[in-house]
Design a protein around this ligand. Structure first.
Ligand SMILES: Cc1ncc(COP(=O)(O)O)c(C=O)c1O
Length: 386
């Protein structure tokens, strides 16, 4: 598949060879359990703590505030369920935005089924959370609030600082899912008073199946996994040392290379935006300026998303149909509906997400293939009048 062009970096990023190199020693036969007292255990523990420092450093946290998990989903679940379940019995309300990843949305629905009341906060047509509605939704019985740092579908970057400040003022714990934002947007938890923050390895050129949750010192969380008490009792189970070593290295590289990566991605993203703007009846979703450097999200009238993705795949270009994380079902994306798209429009969206390894040639080839695919699909569409 080497001649294929990968433009679906929001779904997962390629593993950076430098990250793989950091993982290999911990995949070999002489690995240790970080809880063991002997030298094998000690060396695994050392790597774990080095990675904890590196992840903490990417977001301005203290190493003691980082909990390793199995990925973004578990981090979100631990934050949402953990904050809610550790709140007082008279705090049975949560405030959650309508543009959350399914990991947060479904955890909130789970709370709802346990008797919590959820206030879902709306967004404008660019996917920006309504801060006034958000502030007005907070109540004395609110156990937590959650807003994604940057949306995974349309790439809109939310006003995290403003929202976290609003919550801090009334002492409501605030969770933010920074899975897509980390490494693309500077995040400093010493400036932004989030209580918890979710990260995932495989969106950062790290391994899949590893993530972290930042838990601010003093924030109380009920675990969702019980057992041997690893990770300060917040995430029992023998740690995924190789994955954690990879996440640590990925975080270190992301911090070091962020400016260059962002500039590179932005140039490619804007090239795609400019090229696709020349095709009639193609429109961009999400905020134009407050937008992730790698994200192009388009409504393509007269072309059904899956057909377009498969057509382009046949031409050698991998892109996403709306959101890969919510694929598998035939429901319109709740995020797009909340932004005001009709159901029909929401089925005609594609997400093109560039990464640090893409080139201008990748983009030029894609634009040619995209324009061919759109024209062909429109020609056979009974619904497109053009
Ligand atoms: C914003 C966001 N949150 C959470 C997740 C889930 O992360 P993971 O795949 O590591 O479970 C994703 C994955 O697409 C995401 O984009």
């Amino acid at each position: 598949m080497t001649d294929r062009v990968y433009l679906d970096n929001a779904a997962t990023t390629p593993l950076d060879p430098r990250v793989l190199e950091a993982m290999v020693p911990h995949l070999g036969g002489r690995r240790g359990n970080p809880s063991s007292l002997h030298a094998f255990g000690g060396s695994a523990r050392e790597r774990l703590e080095q990675s904890r420092e590196r992840v903490a450093s990417l977001i301005g946290a203290s190493p003691s505030e980082i909990v390793f998990t199995s990925g973004g989903t578990e981090s979100d679940d631990l934050a949402i369920l953990g904050l809610a379940r550790s709140a007082g019995s008279d705090q049975r309300h949560a405030v959650v935005s309508c543009v959350e990843h399914a990991a947060v949305r479904e955890a909130a629905k789970r709370l709802q089924s346990e008797g919590f009341e959820i206030s879902w906060v709306g967004v404008d047509e660019d996917g920006l959370v309504d801060t006034a509605q958000f502030a007005a939704s907070l109540r004395p019985d609110t156990a937590l609030a959650a807003v994604v740092w940057a949306n995974n579908e349309v790439g809109t970057v939310e006003p995290a600082l403003e929202l976290a400040d609003i919550c801090a003022e009334v002492s409501v714990p605030f969770h933010s899912d920074a899975v897509q934002a980390a490494g693309r947007v500077p995040i400093d938890v010493s400036e932004v008073p989030v209580s918890t923050l979710a990260l995932s390895g495989h969106k950062l050129y790290g391994p899949q199946g590893i993530g972290a949750l930042y838990v601010r010192e003093g924030v109380s969380l009920e675990p969702i996994v019980y057992g041997g008490g690893q990770e300060k009792g917040l995430r029992s189970g023998t740690e995924n040392v190789a994955g954690i070593a990879g996440l640590g290295e990925a975080a270190r590289l992301a911090g070091e290379e962020m400016d260059d990566r962002v500039a590179h991605e932005r140039a490619l993203r804007d090239r795609i935006m400019a090229g696709t703007a020349e095709i009639p009846d193609v429109s961009v979703n999400g905020h134009r300026e407050r937008r992730l450097s790698n994200n192009v999200h388009l409504t393509v009238a007269g072309a059904e998303a899956e057909s377009l993705v498969l057509y382009l795949d046949a031409l050698g270009y991998a892109i996403g149909s709306g959101s890969a994380c919510s694929s598998g079902g035939h429901k319109a994306s709740p995020v797009l509906l909340a932004m005001g798209l009709t159901e029909r429009e929401a089925f005609s969206v594609v997400r093109i997400t560039v990464g640090k390894d893409n080139t201008a040639e990748d983009v030029d080839g894609f634009l040619e293939a995209f324009s061919t695919a759109v024209a062909q699909l429109r020609e056979i569409s009974p619904l497109y009048a053009g």
